[in-house]
Write a protein that binds this ligand. Structure first.
Ligand code: BG6
Ligand code: MG
Length: 222
């Protein structure tokens, strides 16, 4: 079968904004007396802004202490801090190997689709100079979040692709689960053990090692 589309997560796959999310959440959590570490942060990757806040509050056993309005304010404050970090973003912050992969896909006329849970995704892509390289940016608003398959299925549909002929690339456990639930081949970027436990079909510790030929071979696609 022929490859029909490649679906990319953004934060932690195309650039290092997963780290900015962590910094912004850590600071917000500290302000309300909750300590989070990198191991806990793995659970926040791929998860929407409000769901992330809920998980942090449960982690700090403070889920009953805030009204909806207060939670919205906390999430807005975190986003304000996060967006201030994004002002540093420039084209040189695209992870190694991403331009090469996008070039290879363009040569083969395979659509690249962005399937990020982030409402800041369009702004990030344009800061990175990548907005024109994607066939579709799926809007995460109003669709069930990862690990539900919806965002990947919507991305495949937008590209006119059969999910069985799609490859998804993710750094998050919830994201890898979503790709598998959508019936696609899952490429993990990060820790082998963690992402394989979520069902990743192949894992690279860095995007620099992403190689379309070996991924296609492993996926049984051409
Ligand atoms: C995902 C990130 O891509 O987007 C999560 O992995 C983040 O950490 C989520 O919470 C939502 O992002 P945003 O920019 O809409 O707050
Ligand atoms: Mg990610």
């Amino acid at each position: 079968m022929k490859l029909q589309a490649v679906l990319f997560d953004l934060d932690g796959v195309i650039t290092d904004t997963a780290e900015y999310h962590y910094m912004a959440w850590k600071q917000m959590a500290e302000q309300i007396g909750i300590d989070i570490d990198r191991a806990f942060n793995e659970q926040l990757k791929g998860i929407s802004r409000m769901e992330s806040l809920e998980r942090i509050l449960v982690h700090g056993r403070k889920e009953q202490q805030y009204t909806m309005e207060q939670k919205e304010r906390l999430a807005a404050d975190k986003n304000k801090h996060y967006v201030s970090l994004l002002t540093q973003l420039a084209p040189e912050h695209v992870y190694p190997g991403i331009h090469e992969l996008l070039d290879q896909l363009a040569e083969r006329q395979i659509p690249a689709v962005l399937t990020s849970a982030s409402k800041n995704a369009p702004q990030i892509l344009s800061s990175l100079g990548l907005a024109e390289r994607f066939h579709t940016i799926v809007d995460p608003d109003g669709i069930p979040g990862k690990p539900a398959p919806d965002i990947f299925l919507k991305g495949a549909e937008a590209a006119g692709a059969d999910p069985a002929c799609c490859i998804g690339i993710e750094d998050a456990q919830a994201g890898v689960e979503a790709i598998k639930a959508a019936g696609m081949f899952a490429v993990g970027i990060g820790e082998q053990e963690l992402l394989c436990a979520s069902g990743a079909d192949i894992v690279f510790d860095s995007t620099a090692k992403l190689n379309l030929t070996s991924v296609l071979q492993a996926a049984n696609l051409n």
